[in-house]
Design a protein around this ligand. Structure first.
Ligand code: AHM
Ligand code: MG
Length: 336
């Protein structure tokens, strides 16, 4: 395949399609439309400071968190753009409690889209990078309409995953299981151009990212792990970076190496699963990490192996450079 820095994402996806003789173009169409949705969201995020779109929308999402207007805009944009293309049988969003059905007036397709429309939403009104995360599965049920079983598939079955990051520039990073590729949006022109080809994550990093204000609510093994990352015995030493937008923290560690952690919270014994959602946050980033030579774990087992039980399931997440995440598993098991 011809790859060259500067090729458009559409050309890149089409080249991948041509490599697969069985490809029908359906998947290419799906990704292309998702890219259009992301460009619209990116434009809206960029003008958030000047448009009167900030502030809380006055309701809570199903997880009891405040929803901001830009989250709603992003969610609506994806639903509206993706419903009519004929490639999806259902969608699931972090912002919607239930499966999102494709209206009966539109044709149905063989894929499911799971997404977090605007991750890191607490950072919207302070001009800090936020993003859209997506995960795509092939339909497995025989119904024309998608069912919950189409969505509740383990991460290793994803056919594509990635994210858009609305930062100092807007980027798209995606994988279809053939490496991880990054594209940067050229403002004015409106095209995503290949800027990071075949991204490889360093096997060991020097950055740890965790919200340490929860220290007292972690298990002793997690506390020991974080103490390890802070230890002056590490040569060279680790450094801490925490944006508070998973996409941004992950993206930095993808390029520079390191580990992002959102451990289980022992405060509430009924919810010992941290904060992040398996289907729309952990799984897609775990697929990207794996394809870039990294690893994602609950601290006990690979994220991608989890058999999901519910749409909004939460998981503890340790993700990043392979050796750092494996070290985390060894601490959490008590081996060290
Ligand atoms: P969100 O999807 O509602 O924005 O929540 C997820 C975000 C992640 O982007 C980030 O890693 C995490 O929440 C930060 O949580 P905390 O403020 O507890 O550290
Ligand atoms: Mg989110």
């Amino acid at each position: 395949m011809r790859t060259a820095i500067g090729m458009t994402v559409t050309e890149h996806i089409l080249e991948k399609q041509r490599e697969n003789p069985e490809a029908t173009g359906a998947f290419t169409r799906l990704l292309s439309e998702l890219i259009v949705a992301a460009k619209i969201i990116s434009r809206e995020v960029n003008k958030a400071g000047i448009a009167d779109i900030l502030g809380y929308a006055g309701r809570e999402n199903i997880q009891g968190e405040e929803v901001q207007k830009l989250d709603e805009f992003a969610n609506r944009t994806i639903i509206e753009r993706m419903s009519h293309i004929g490639q999806l049988c259902a969608m699931a969003s972090e912002e919607d409690a239930d499966l999102i059905e494709i209206p009966s007036k539109y044709p149905k397709g063989n894929y499911v889209l799971i997404y977090d429309p605007l991750d890191g939403s607490s950072n919207i009104d302070v001009n800090v990078s936020i993003g859209t995360i997506f995960s795509i599965h092939r339909k497995i049920s025989s119904d024309e309409d998608g069912t919950l079983s189409d969505v509740l598939q383990p991460g290793y079955k994803q056919v594509a995953a990635g994210y858009f990051i609305y930062g100092s520039s807007t980027m798209m990073v995606y994988t279809t299981g053939q490496g991880v590729h990054g594209f940067t949006l050229l403002p004015g022109v409106g095209e995503f151009l290949l800027s990071h080809e075949n991204i490889q994550m360093p096997q060991r990093g020097r950055i740890f990212s965790v919200n340490e204000s929860y220290y007292n609510y972690w298990s002793e093994n997690v506390q020991r792990l974080v103490n390890h990352f802070k230890s002056p015995d590490n040569k060279p030493a680790y450094t801490a970076r925490y944006v508070g937008s998973l996409v941004s923290d992950f993206h930095r560690n993808l390029l520079k190496g390191g580990i992002f952690m959102y451990p289980a919270d022992t405060r509430d014994p009924k919810k010992p699963h941290g904060k992040l959602r398996l289907m729309c946050e952990a799984n897609p980033l775990a697929f990207v990490a794996k394809e870039a030579g990294g690893y994602a774990s609950t601290g006990e087992k690979p994220i991608l192996d989890i058999e999901p039980e519910e749409l909004h399931q939460r998981v503890p997440l340790f993700i990043g450079s392979k050796e750092d995440v494996e070290l985390a598993e060894r601490y959490l098991s008590g081996e060290i």
